[in-house]
Design a protein around this ligand. Structure first.
Ligand code: ATP
Ligand code: MG
Length: 395
């Protein structure tokens, strides 16, 4: 079982893209090739509305599957049994082998569904369904195998092309759209639970993701930065190689702390984070920012706060977890594999400069008035933060 020679790649939404379809398919092939390359020799090809991955050398099956089931755009992977020649007896043998290989017991209903793309093949689809169904019953009826043409538990697909492709199992993929088909976004990536999930969710829509992390040494530790890198690396298994911009934020935070009311620190700090992110996004050709904010989760995430923060920038800000409960976000992060890392205890810059009683209903005019105290101080600090940004490549 460990050396599946071929997979059929199922994709759901790409199919709805009309004449752009090939762009999506090509992008998906590219992602597959990139992820499989280190594991052996593979051929990934498109063939009349299908994508096939064929192993041309030995490879690590579990690792290949783990990689492929994380590629956005894939709704499922079907291990395929191939009959190289198109003689009926060879196809029959392959069908019987397929069942032997993939099922331990046979107490279930099934149906054979043949598609004859190769019209030179002499037996028509309906005949094939009947003949092959009969062969399978002869082999396994005693063990409980039976036919159900309306709602079978196992659909056995037989595609007659240049060869015969036989498959019935679907290993689920993450769904979504292939990364690189929907532009670029820059995600404000902290070490928490929420922003890695948000990054994943926008990546899943086919968007190429970069991250920006605001680092405040010595108030935040190297471990906190390493944690963010680790989270970005986990997300990049799905969304592809990711650039992480590490901004040194300490001087900016101290300037805000020294000049602005402490109950407004978080709001003003977020506004400046957004402004910096907007400039990095511009340089990178990213068309939006992404954050892990969720309405009401903390004082800086009330509607009033979000609106004042948004007002700092012109670029669209997407918050895919905006309507999710903390527990729902936690469940999501467990599913994608970021949770264990997110709960490691290293402080980030927000928690350190946070006031005991932060405003929950900030007014834009008041915030802007208090920000005037930063005029002449903050601009050179922002310029310097952008000039000295450190770029890490996560993959
Ligand atoms: P998370 O779980 O994502 O850390 P949070 O619940 O801790 O979020 P906040 O600290 O208010 O909430 O942060 C809200 C959002 O602001 C985060 O989801 C993230 O997008 C962004 N953010 C906060 N701190 C940083 C940081 N140090 N670097 C980059 N982005 C940050
Ligand atoms: Mg946080």
């Amino acid at each position: 079982m460990n050396q599946v020679k071929m997979f059929l790649v199922k994709y759901a939404e790409i199919g709805t893209k009309g004449k752009n379809r090939y762009v999506f398919e090509e992008q998906l092939c590219k992602r597959l090739r990139l992820r499989l390359k280190p594991l052996g020799e593979f051929s990934v090809r498109r063939d009349f509305g299908r994508i096939y991955v064929e192993a041309l050398s030995d490879y690590d099956y579990d690792e290949a599957l783990s990689r492929m089931t994380k590629i956005f755009g894939i709704s499922g992977l079907c291990p395929v049994t191939v009959s190289e020649d198109l003689k009926y007896d060879s196809i029959k043998k392959a069908v019987l082998d397929h069942f032997e290989n993939w099922y331990d017991e046979f107490n279930f209903s099934f149906k054979v569904r043949t598609r004859r793309n190769n019209k030179a093949f002499p037996i028509n689809s309906m005949q094939m369904d009947m003949e092959l169904g009969h062969e399978l019953l002869v082999a396994h009826e005693a063990e409980g195998l039976h036919v159900d043409v309306h709602a079978p538990s196992v659909m056995l697909d037989v595609e007659i092309r240049d060869r015969a492709y036989i498959y019935s199992k679907i290993i689920p993929g993450p769904g979504g759209l292939p990364v690189g088909t929907n532009g670029k976004a820059l995600s404000l990536l902290s070490g928490g639970i929420d922003s890695p999930v948000a990054t994943y969710m926008i990546g899943k829509r086919g968007v190429e993701m970069s991250g920006v992390y605001y680092n405040s040494p010595p108030y935040t530790s190297l471990r906190a930065l390493e944690k963010v890198e680790k989270l970005g690396t986990i997300v990049s298994q799905y969304s592809g190689p990711m650039k992480l911009f590490v901004v040194n934020f300490t001087d900016i935070q101290l300037a805000i702390y020294d000049n602005c009311p402490h109950d407004e620190l978080t709001i003003i700090m977020k506004r400046i984070m957004f402004k910096i992110a907007e400039r990095i996004a511009e340089q990178e050709g990213a068309q939006s920012l992404v954050t892990g904010e969720s309405i009401g989760q903390v004082s800086s995430q009330t509607m009033a706060s979000l609106s004042v923060i948004d007002n700092a920038v012109d670029i669209p800000v997407f918050r895919p977890v905006i309507g999710m409960d903390k527990q729902e976000i936690v469940n999501y992060s467990e599913k994608i594999g970021t949770y264990e890392t997110s709960i490691e205890p290293y402080e980030d810059c927000c928690t350190i400069f946070v006031d005991k009683h932060p405003v929950t209903k900030p007014k834009l005019e008041t915030i802007e008035k208090h920000e005037k105290k930063l005029v002449g101080i903050i601009e050179p600090l922002i310029d310097k933060a952008i000039e000295t940004v450190e770029v890490k490549y996560l993959k």
